[in-house]
Ligand binder design. Sequence first.
Ligand SMILES: [Zn+2]
Length: 138
Amino acid sequence: MKNFFAQLPYKIGAFMVGRRGMDNFNVALLVTSVICMVLEILFGWRVLSWISFVLLIVCCVRCYSKNIAAREKENQKWLAASAKPKRWWNMLDTMYVNRKTTKYFRCKGCGQILSIPRGKGTMRIVCPKCKTEVMKKS
Ligand SMILES: [Zn+2]
């Protein structure tokens, strides 16, 4: 039995040779599945249990698939689709962290988010993207 557990990591490694394993899309599927499970427990919606089950099956199939090119293509599509929401979330995080030292606002010309340091009086700001001038109190 001791020999079995000593050999287990090597056997798992040998099993995973030529397989994709976990990637960003699988992690997203897994997280969505867990969220569906929690919502099913909280609200009792049976359909979420089935959605969670299907997502877990897809996650397992993708994880152990030997068609690495197809899985990589799916993962790249996921990364491209999730890039914009991730950037938006990271911007919100940065704005929250710097909220006491920096004031954020949108450019009226192009919608670009601009930042100025707080407590420096009224400032003339030129948008680096569209060159629109704005006077703002910091
Ligand atoms: Zn602008």
